[in-house]
Design a protein. Structure first.
Length: 287
């Protein structure tokens, strides 16, 4: 009798457990009845159902999910190639559609979502120039992309919260990349030429200033030298004059000796003079 009661209690306990399920915070759930959706959008908390296999509860993660897609090549309105790497933030908006479209599997949902976002990205980039894609139009591009992609993802039971472009690159073989490099090289060359011209101008200015200073220094030195020479000549003339004034005969004799020395300096020179010449006065008359 006791064993029968224990069996009955155990059966009731198992039945009660099988009729109760919990949806945790950050989850949503659907209730299947014989494989069909009986109830969807169950919120966190304690819920009741019929025993399995009549009813079955399936829980899904309702938090934000991240789709980090590989970089894709797109064409701008100017037919220029760009590689765009983006990330998508999404969550489940309709649990019943999410179950019927992708069987409640997040991996399958991401595989279905990626082409939708890429098609929207391609359409958005095709209608914009390269400058708009990489600069001011990026926020406008993602806003319009989110709106377009949400319309296409409605049947998946998914809501796209945000799309962010992580990086926009130019392909290695792109003509745009070569033109960018050429423009950068040209700009750097212009800067280098301008700096070189400024350097040459500064060098010429310094050189001209140095030449001017040299000329000024030489002129001042020549002036001082001439002044000193003039003063020396004046002083010599004064001394000569004083000496001549004291003894005119001696001065005449001294000057004659100087003249003799200058005349006879040449080793092979010949000097023809009249014996009675005034020039030979002091040689003839030693007294």
């Amino acid at each position: 009798m006791r064993s029968l009661s224990a069996i009955v209690i155990a059966a009731v306990f198992l039945l009660a457990i099988n009729c109760v399920f919990i949806v945790n915070e950050g989850q949503t759930a659907i209730l299947l009845q014989f494989g069909r959706i009986a109830e969807s959008g169950l919120k966190p908390g304690l819920h009741f159902k019929l025993p399995y296999p009549m009813q079955e509860a399936l829980r899904f993660d309702a938090r934000l999910q991240t789709l980090d897609a590989a970089a894709e090549r797109y064409l701008t309105s100017e037919k220029k190639d760009v590689n765009v790497d983006f990330v998508v933030k999404w969550k489940i908006s309709d649990s019943s559609k999410f179950y019927t479209s992708v069987a409640g599997e997040q991996e399958r949902a991401q595989l279905r979502l990626a082409p939708i976002v890429k098609d929207g990205m391609r359409t958005a980039i095709n209608s914009r120039t390269l400058q708009e894609v990489v600069s001011s139009a990026r926020s406008d591009l993602t806003d319009s992309l989110v709106e377009t992609a949400n319309i296409a993802a409605t049947n998946l039971g998914i809501e796209i919260i945000d799309v962010r472009i992580k990086r926009v690159d130019l392909p290695e073989a792109s003509s745009v990349l070569r033109s960018v490099y050429e423009r950068m090289r040209s700009e750097r060359k212009q800067v280098a030429d301008a700096l070189r011209a400024e350097g040459n101008e500064a060098a010429e200015r310094i050189r001209a200033d140095a030449d001017r200073q040299v000329q000024v220094i030489k002129a001042e030195a020549y002036r001082e030298a001439q002044t000193g020479r003039g003063e020396g000549d004046a002083q010599a003339a004064r001394i000569y004059a004083d000496s001549y004034g004291k003894d005119a005969e001696f001065y005449a004799f001294y000057r004659s000796l100087e003249a003799y020395r200058e005349s006879f300096q040449a080793p092979n020179g010949v000097l023809v003079l009249d014996p009675k010449s005034e020039f030979l006065k002091y040689l003839q008359n030693s007294k």
